[in-house]
Design a protein around this ligand. Structure first.
Ligand code: ADP
Length: 186
């Protein structure tokens, strides 16, 4: 495929992080996870990390302003020149518009949006087993609700460039499905 500017969309627990790392390795571009960037900021106790903390703990979205600023900053790193796998961003239509604007500055655009499909009962069970600090049942439910209300509509927004992949199965198998879907798309 020509470019590798790819966004992964899926509910919390869909395996975005796992797949993003594998796809990044196989396509030779960096994996950019806004959740990881927030957690790294938090562990360094930066101003941004501390500002994001209460939203993360509650399963709420951090403001678009803070999130977009953090991503814009990351996208100036030279390793993103030939592309990236974005994981957890954009999560709102406003973030998607901001991303399109950032890319347009360099005459770039997204090549594909990969929608990972997993039934909600499967993702909730996976998250309860993961045991991260913000993986309590209440916070998990809130993150799923925000996904349905704020992030799912993105798939309509991106309809023309979205490829849908069944994300139930073995990790390797799902990576293969995504790579196949990306190849047949271009
Ligand atoms: P999950 O996919 O399990 O929800 P992430 O690691 O992607 O977990 O995100 C953890 C938290 O970081 C989110 O609940 C939210 O508070 C914050 N976050 C991550 N990405 C974004 C984003 N694009 N916009 C706003 N907040 C975000």
């Amino acid at each position: 495929m020509a470019g590798v500017r790819v966004v992964l969309v899926g509910p919390p627990g869909a395996g975005k992080g796992t797949q993003a790392i594998r796809l990044a390795g196989s396509l030779g571009v960096p994996h950019i996870s806004t959740g990881d960037l927030f957690r790294a900021n938090l562990s360094r106790r930066t101003e941004l990390g501390l500002a994001a903390q209460r939203f993360m703990d509650a399963g709420e979205l951090v403001s678009d302003e803070v999130t977009v600023g953090m991503v814009a900053d990351r996208l100036t790193d030279p390793d993103t020149e030939n592309g990236f796998i974005l994981d957890g961003f954009p999560r709102t239509v406003a973030q998607a518009d901001a991303l399109a604007e950032l890319l347009a500055r360099d005459d770039h655009e997204l090549d594909a949006v990969v929608a990972l499909e997993v039934p909600e009962d499967v993702v909730v069970a996976r998250l309860l087993g993961r045991g991260r600090g913000d993986d309590t049942e209440e916070v998990i439910r809130r993150r799923q609700q925000i996904y349905r209300e704020e992030t799912y509509p993105l798939l309509r927004h991106y309809a023309s460039r979205t490829v849908t992949v069944d994300a139930v199965g073995e990790v390797e198998e799902i990576t293969g499905r995504v790579l196949d879907a990306l190849r047949t798309r271009t």
